[in-house]
Design a protein around this ligand. Sequence first.
Ligand code: 13P
Length: 282
Amino acid sequence: MALVTAKELLLSRPPGQAVGAFNVHNMEDVQGVVWAAEELGTPVIVMASESALKYAGVPYIAQLVRTAAEAVSIPIALQLDHGSSFEIAKACIECGFTSVMIDGSRLPFAENAALTRQVVELAHAHGVSVEAELGRVGGKEDDLEVAAQDAFLTNPDEAVEFVRQTGIDVLAPAIGTVHGLYKGEPKLDFARLREIARRVDVPLVLHGGSDLPVDALQEAIRCGIAKVNIGTDLKYAVTNGVRAYLKENPEEYEPRKVFAAGREAAKQLVMEKLRILSREAV
Ligand code: 13P
């Protein structure tokens, strides 16, 4: 199928379920994610961060994901993850991304809203949906370390105002998750999430979806999360898959065999996560 927007996938998701969004870096990641989704018949969002795009190139990722999506019969969206500027959002839109995230969460409210509004205007003119972040998600976010104490959670009043001022399609609130692995037990503010979900009329995203217990993921979905972002778990799966293959086959030099092990590990991880996210959360 042709690529669809993340907004479309989120608004048409079955009740009680969330859509999985996975960060990719290369062809094997893209195939692993899309093939897993196809095997389960579950739509999926493929995401690339700015550093992944710096590594692979925006047109490469755009073409890889478009090609993978066109070869399957389930809808796939392609999204820029944590875009830090209007320019990177524009480059992705011009290359055929169907969704962009503009992350102005480091800026004061008014500047974040103004940058986000600028991206929304361009994106909507091209039929592209926009996600934005308000509040700060802790941990390692792309190349930037956000000190845990510096992370602050989203104020529900501000969330309402932010959505109204910007016209975004999807909101990423900060509710206590961190990017990367958790140092202690994750402490998610579900009451805050419920309140934001009750008052805001756009789908909500859980950033930092790796390394969370199944119960926490499902409670987040029950409280209103529509999209779950998973990056770190996929990185570990791929690299551990390659490492295990090379440990068993230390003489192997055929790249196809080595990287196919990473691709298969990616596929298995994505299938496991999609099953969790689409299990009826009761
Ligand atoms: P994790 O790497 O913690 O899964 O976070 C991914 C994410 O939120 C990408 O935006």
